[in-house]
Design a protein around this ligand. Structure first.
Ligand code: ZN
Ligand code: ZN
Length: 135
């Protein structure tokens, strides 16, 4: 199993919208991903936010919710609440875009794990349909 590569250089982001959001360093609107008990602030463009949440949703019996405002209950984990103020966050590659989860290390690795599990599920779902198109 390949280790999740979350340290993509900015130049690897093919999506202009993602790149400007990521480079804005949190000055842009932060979205909130709600997945099971997880509430995680995420930074990405709308398109890739949707993709990320739908992939993560594959790992849950519920669908992942995407909010563009702070959820009513707020972020329950104190580490995650402070995370946006930390300077370094990993970059998760979402197709040709990127997403930054602003969470504490524990929840960060959780959401990365969910995403990669979701990707595998998605691959299994799409295998056999059209494997000729290259990325
Ligand atoms: Zn994007
Ligand atoms: Zn946390």
């Amino acid at each position: 199993m390949a280790a999740p590569d979350v340290q993509q250089p900015l130049s690897a982001i093919g999506c202009d919208a993602c790149q400007s959001v990521v480079q804005s360093d949190g000055q842009q609107d932060v979205a909130f991903l709600l997945l099971d008990q997880l509430t995680i602030s995420v930074l990405s463009c709308d398109e890739h936010l949707e993709q990320f949440s739908s992939v993560c949703g594959l790992t849950s019996e519920d669908t992942a919710d995407l909010l563009h405002h702070r959820p009513a209950g707020g972020v329950s984990c104190p580490g995650c609440r402070l995370a946006p103020y930390n300077s370094s966050h990993p970059l998760i590659q979402v197709q040709d875009g990127a997403l930054i989860p602003m969470a504490c290390p524990k929840h960060q690795s959780k959401i990365v794990q969910r995403f990669h599990t979701g990707l595998q599920t998605q691959q299994q779902l799409t295998t056999g349909l059209d494997t000729t198109s290259s990325l």
